[in-house]
Design a protein around this ligand. Structure first.
Ligand code: B12
Ligand code: SF4
Length: 451
């Protein structure tokens, strides 16, 4: 048996070459699946973001990871294979949160994490007895070491992705993580994480723990960080803001080589934070006190904001931008809220009749960066313009140099260089992703539904 693993792109404008540079990281889902395939089964991998997919190459089964933004392209790819008689299976965030839709374009759908289900699915396909849907009944223990040999033929960004934990205990209303993992958090054994770091670390490259909230179980996180100290690595990850109230955690982060964390700041407006069930961002002095605590420990912050909650206004959003500059964020994301199917936010906007599309991620008329819902107090176009303006201003050279001048960035020349390279990449990437269609515009076929 031969299995083809595919990681789809979000989309491609007609005739477009290349892809968003800052997104070209080694994709963990196919490497995790590759490690779950029995050794006697042959496998190959194509990254749709980096290379053309050879649809006519012989294969027995195609496995595609599907996120909401990549769903349309995933269905295009599936249609190519299924038209050639090759069965296609799909899994991932969108498959888990929207299985009824995904099942229309795939022979089998995996709902949940792959660890327990993918080996069973491969066995069923080998035996000729596949099921339409595989649903995980519980959270698996993570025993799998991703098979990174599948990446060898592509050139990814020089950052090494490693998982420590999955999920998060909070339940912010817009977040696909809490819907997927039902506000639970599971860990890998620390020994396994250390072995993996030893295998993947490269001189001059950062480790990126792709955890959704590395500090969601503080005791476990501290245990990991204590064991990282002697390794002398440099790492980054994502964390909820409340870690800033725990000086021991901040100290361990710094001593274990943490260079910075992505923090979901979302909004500076208390009413918006309440609406998203994220009032905890305001505790103990709120975001400014938290930023000061991070900087005091030499930790840089990638701050992410979402615009478009009901209490947002153009003035509020402009003052957020000034705040982000004054707090010297390493980088920042200024996105409109995205109603991902399966989240409480999506259900609420749907109930209020505010969604502009039945399924924005499949709609011919929808483009990356457009607002798929009716915001309160401004038009969708105004909200899109404000987000675009925020990115342009934040990644303008004067803004970049003003943030670079803060001592949290100046104190380490290697990180300062990283700051400048990453900010420059964002400066040039803004226009690559804005207006990107969902799916490949050059693809001329019809989506093939399972009958
Ligand atoms: C690292 C990361 C990134 C990185 C790099 C991604 C890469 N390697 O190319 C960067 C920063 C570039 C990035 C960018 C984006 N990301 Co991102 N990213 C992540 C993050 C934090 C970790 C991904 C990861 O490696 N996980 C580890 C793997 C092993 O877990 P997994 O993907 O869940 O896979 C498991 C199961 O889902 C399942 N599975 C997955 N695929 C398949 C396929 C089959 C066949 C089967 C059987 C099972 C299966 O089995 C796996 C093992 O159990 C996730 C959050 C998360 N927890 O996953 C968000 C996440 C996937 N990203 C998300 C988004 C929205 C984006 C962006 C659109 C953001 C934006 N607006 O700019 C872009 C899109 C980029 C693109 N697709 O081209 C969302 C997707 C939500 C959704 N409903 O689809 C997530 C879930 C974050 C969130 N908070 O909502 N991202
Ligand atoms: S803290 Fe972050 S990962 Fe956790 S539920 Fe909220 S947005 Fe999602």
């Amino acid at each position: 048996m031969h299995v083809t693993l595919i990681h789809p792109r979000v989309g491609r404008r007609a005739g477009q070459k290349g892809y968003v540079r800052t997104w070209k990281m080694e994709p963990m889902p196919p490497a995790t699946l590759a490690a779950l395939i029995p050794s006697e089964v042959e496998r190959c991998f194509f990254d749709d973001r980096m290379e053309a997919i050879p649809f006519d190459a012989p294969t027995d089964l195609v496995a595609i990871s599907v996120e909401t933004y990549t769903a349309k392209r995933a269905y295009q790819i599936a249609s190519e294979y299924r038209r050639r008689g090759v069965p296609v299976v799909m899994g991932g965030f969108h498959a888990t949160l929207c299985p009824d839709e995904v099942e229309r374009y795939a022979d089998s759908v995996v709902v949940g994490e792959a660890e327990l289900l993918f080996p069973e699915l491969i066995d069923d396909y080998r035996a000729g007895t596949p099921k339409r849907r595989y649903t995980s009944a519980s959270r698996p223990t993570h025993k799998v070491r991703p098979d990174r040999s599948i990446y060898a033929h592509n050139r990814y960004l020089p950052v090494r992705l490693v998982e420590f934990a999955r999920g998060c205990r909070f339940s912010c209303d817009f977040c696909a993580i809490q819907s997927f993992y039902k506000s639970t958090h599971t860990h890998r054994d620390i020994d396994q994480v250390l072995e993996e770091i030893a295998a993947v670390r490269r001189m001059g490259q950062m480790i990126f723990f792709v955890d959704d909230n590395i500090n969601s179980s503080p005791g476990k996180a501290k245990e990991l960080m204590r064991t990282l100290i002697p390794l002398k690595i440099r790492w980054v990850s994502q964390s909820s803001i409340n870690v800033a109230w725990d000086k021991e955690s901040l100290d361990l982060m710094r001593r274990s080589g943490c260079q910075g964390v992505l923090v979901g700041l979302e909004s500076l407006n208390p009413d918006n934070l309440d609406a998203m069930d994220k009032g905890f961002n305001l505790m103990k002095g709120g975001p400014s006190a938290a930023m000061a605590a991070f900087r005091e420990h030499g930790l840089r912050v990638y701050g992410t904001f979402v615009f478009g909650y009901d209490h947002d206004s153009p003035e509020g959003m402009r003052s957020t931008l000034d705040w982000a500059r004054d707090e010297a964020l390493f980088i920042g994301a200024f996105n409109h809220i995205t109603p991902f199917p399966g989240t409480p936010l999506f259900a609420r906007l749907q109930e209020e009749g505010r969604l502009l599309y039945d399924a924005w991620w499949l709609d011919e008329g929808y483009r990356y960066g457009e607002i798929p819902f009716r915001p309160a107090g401004m038009s969708p176009e105004d909200l899109a313009d404000i987000c675009a303006e925020a990115r342009r201003v934040f990644y303008s050279w004067p803004h970049i140099f003003r943030r670079a001048a803060h001592r949290v960035h100046l104190r380490d020349p290697w990180m300062l260089l990283n700051f400048l390279v990453i900010n420059a990449m964002h400066h040039f990437d803004i226009d690559t992703r804005m207006g990107m269609p969902m799916g490949d515009e050059d693809w001329k076929g019809e989506l093939l539904e399972v009958t």
